[in-house]
Design a protein around this ligand. Sequence first.
Ligand SMILES: [Zn+2]
Length: 379
Amino acid sequence: MREFVIGFVRVERKIKLCGMMMLAIAMVFCPRAVMGQVNDPYAAEYPEHEMARMIDSMRKKFANKPTSERVLKQLQTGNRNFINQHIENLRVNRETLERATIADQSQYAIASILACSDSRVPVELIFDQGILSVFVNRVAGNVAGVTQLGSLEYGLAHLYTPVFLVLGHERCGAVQAAIDVLDNKNIPLEENIPALVENIKPAVLRANQMHPAATGEDLLHIAVEENVYQQIAQSFYISPITRELSRKNLVRVIGAVYNLNDGTVRWLPEEKIAEIRDQIDRDPFSVKVEYQFPNLRVPMKESPLTSQLVKAAPSGEELAEQQDQNAYPLSHASKQTVPIHRSVGFWIAFSIITLLVASLIALIIIVYVKWIRNMKPSA
Ligand SMILES: [Zn+2]
């Protein structure tokens, strides 16, 4: 019996060893094959004609948006307006509010923006963008968690914004908190803050590796920039539609850092962003190791819905000519003509004023005619 048990354990060990070796070979040679296979629960529910309708709608909506170049120019112009204190698009009156209640925001939104909650970074203000222009997601440390991506995917794939901007800012308290935690500074954090800070720690570790001598404000400055790349990488990693839209040039993914001191926005090089996206497609595990995403599942392969929709859609280049022709004027939303629903009170006031004006004109005509008649006998 004893020999039988020992023999069984030995055989079991061999089987385990073989299994582990096969798994290791699979992980080394075919990383794509072990990526998360996603059973899209929604894909099966869309019949062919419904998919065709969705693709057609996506084509039209993207074609009716300005090109990403124009959007970027609009944000840059808006930032200059903010710095020069010549804000143009933020005026809100009854008309703009009424327009917002009836407008379809997918016609107007030009950028999906992930920014920090910091009260010193009011996104619409620093880009001089009025109502309906930008779809904004603000969270401390501009962290791209699953819920933020759920929101941003709506901005990208349902509001068809041609730009996705991740905006960090200098002297970010959330990034500083990650630095302090890694320095083992004994700062008491409330229960839910550590989970947030976890998303930023890898950026600080990378900043430390890249510039071992940097400390204090210098380290924070580098870590803030690294955190923008960190959150872009995380967005691509967990959101296949973001990768697809970016690859097809339907959405331009941009990183930037806002300077609290002078109100300027520093735009980060876009080559690195494309590299991250391509690396996730090529070798997702190397990206997971490099960016050390906390508690994230394996990256999602294209979901059937995503790949069908985006692959069938025209590319950004194909749409570019159409877009330039159809594009809204740069300061679009605040100056668009949209039919406005007037209230009953408005129409009553309008009628009374019209009656008064008409009576006044009639009175003037009568007085004038009488004056002419009085003139005749003397002539
Ligand atoms: Zn911040």
